[in-house]
Design a protein around this ligand. Sequence first.
Ligand SMILES: [Zn+2]
Length: 311
Amino acid sequence: MLAAYPQISEAMGLAIVSALLGEKPVVANHLNVPKPSEGKPTLLTWDEVTTAFHEFGHALHGMFSNVTYPRFAGTNVPRDFVEYPSQVNEMWADWPSVLANYAKHHETGAPMPKELLDKVLASSKFNQGFTTTEYLGAAMLDQNWHQLTPDNVPAADGVMAFEADALKKDGVDFAPVPPRYRTPYRSIMFLMPIAIAFAFTGLLDQVITFSILSGLLGYTFMSFNITKFRRQWPLGSIVRGYEHPFHPLPAIVLLLLCAVTYFAVFLGYGTQLVAMMVFYIAASAWFAFHRYKYVRRGDQFTMPWPRPAGY
Ligand SMILES: [Zn+2]
């Protein structure tokens, strides 16, 4: 089943596998396909095609769930196996004989040219060196933390040194590609109880407004950061990919847009606006007064850049 143009477009695809009818599995694949503009046909991107193949792999796994040992049925399998059937099925998407079956031009019916497929496949390898290295770094770091015995856990001020040693030991201490997640990253977990309480007590529109406001707050900070960045690393101090000729005009325009949006939100969702502000001020205060006692702020700068003033 393809769910066309669903309202919530956050998840790309989703396989829902259940055993609603006794032993007969019921499997639904949902794929979020953006609505085309008026008069245009609905075409799938390569990403959507591979997602459809992937989710159908889960569907097949679910449909073959009439097994002797329930441990091997559908999502009962161990976590590291559950993605196996979907990965295998995803592999067929660019398999020449399979591709020839479905990848046809929507007007002429001509098969997808080999050069085009080669380009698509080549572009999917773009930046994989970076992506793989950064997640490998995070994964190895994770393993190092989880293999510690209670007596070997370093004190709070030894956390970053432990991280550096672990990365070095595993050969993933490559400064231009820091691990995807640094050790103090998960300290955000302390906010979980608040988030859960909020999710259970807030009305849906309020939760969504709160979430949108978090994004808005991000843009507000961005306008300050643009100016701060230019001041901390003045022109000429680092190599820049692009220099905006009208700096700081974009920052000012962004800030104005944010101000207008805050006012509009205040008119409709004043309580949420106040709640969001209180929440983030409290969270920031916790970081400033508690977390930074244990983490050297300068450690976040792993790039071989000149350190900014104040660090
Ligand atoms: Zn999957």
